[in-house]
Design a binder for this molecule. Structure first.
Ligand code: TUI
Length: 312
């Protein structure tokens, strides 16, 4: 199963692993890239030294292409981009903002630039700034979310730009991959599915929670702060909702969120930590190697395409 995305990025399958702070570290990134997808390191709010160390580790584990996700709200975003340039990272994805000011420098050194866009307007702006592709991510995804959902967003972005479009948000298996291709995307990005990978270093408590999760177990909090995030419902999410219903000032709510993603993913505090995950968490049934995840998705997609083409 090859699409133009495979040629653009030098990968075997049109499957990107979403860059997730505290979740997609060197081990997972290398495993996904070794299996023929594109592993993407989640730099979140990490300092530049952390990135250098992780990039060095990835390079000891794989020679395959990989990416770094730059979270543009990070106080270190400029320094992280400097390291990306210095290390000549093959692919950069961005989230939570407009990466326009970095594009020309990245293109100069041959890095492929692929921003996440939550709207047609930003997709068009990004195309004009010279990026290689966009990831149209719907609000079914985990973490920081836009307002549009994947099913209406992807075809509208596909119609609005001439560069390749990757679909994200709510994609879990071969059915999601085929649906994304049907909407005009050249591939998919999946985050939550890869949280169930053996190589994903998140705390056991989070993996157990994901295995138990059902379809209605996530909620979006933080709309009133301008930074809405989808998380698994727990005591922290409930507290957030209560405070938001009392019109608590955004600064106070922001304070409540500080350090909570690490508390969940690294320390395993699944009650008072921020367990960011997408709506597909209800489909997680097992922990398995990243290679098996990718092979399952691709073979399921191929079977579906064959079945559809035979009118069955
Ligand atoms: O970035 C993500 N997901 C994330 S980042 C993150 S770290 C975080 N921690 C606490 C609070 C907030 C974030 C956790 N999950 N996904 C990609 C994504 N980007 N989704 C939505 C957007 C986005 C939103 C607005 C991209 C661009 C944008 O542009 C606004 C503008 O400047 O035009």
């Amino acid at each position: 199963m090859r699409t133009e995305l495979c040629d653009l990025l030098g990968i075997d399958y049109p499957v990107l692993q979403g860059g997730m702070a505290w979740v997609s570290t060197a081990e997972l990134v290398a495993a996904v890239s070794e299996a023929g997808g594109l592993g993407i390191l989640g730099s979140g709010n990490a300092p530049p030294e952390w990135l250098e160390e992780q990039v060095a580790k990835i390079r000891t584990l794989t020679d395959k292409p990989f990416g770094v996700n730059v979270m543009l709200m990070s106080p270190y975003a400029d320094q992280i981009m400097d390291i990306v340039v210095k290390e000549r990272i093959p692919v950069v994805t961005t989230g939570a903002g407009n990466p326009g000011k970095y594009v020309s420098k990245l293109k100069e050194i041959g890095t492929k630039v692929i921003p996440v866009v939550p709207s047609v307007a930003l997709a068009k702006r990004m195309e004009r700034s010279g990026v290689d592709a966009v990831i149209a991510e719907g609000g079914e995804s985990g973490g920081h979310v836009g307002e549009q959902n994947t099913m209406p967003l992807v075809p509208q972005v596909v119609d609005a730009v001439s560069i390749p479009v990757i679909a994200a948000g709510g994609i879990f298996d071969g059915r999601g991959l085929v649906a994304a291709l049907a909407l005009g995307a050249v591939g998919v990005q999946m985050g939550t599915r890869f949280m169930s990978a053996e190589e994903c270093v998140i705390h056991e408590n989070v993996k157990k929670l994901l295995l138990k999760a059902k379809d209605r177990d996530t909620v979006i909090t933080g709309r009133s702060t301008g930074h809405p995030v989808r998380v698994i419902k727990n005591k922290l999410a409930k507290r957030f909702q209560e405070l938001e219903s009392l019109c608590t000032p955004p600064e106070e709510l922001e304070k409540l969120g500080v350090g909570k993603l690490k508390a969940a993913m690294v320390d395993g505090d699944v009650e008072y930590g921020s367990v960011m995950a997408g709506q597909v968490c209800g489909m997680i049934e097992k922990i398995q190697p990243a290679r098996e995840i990718i092979e399952e998705i691709v073979s399921e997609a191929e079977k579906i395409i064959e079945k559809l083409s035979q009118g069955r």
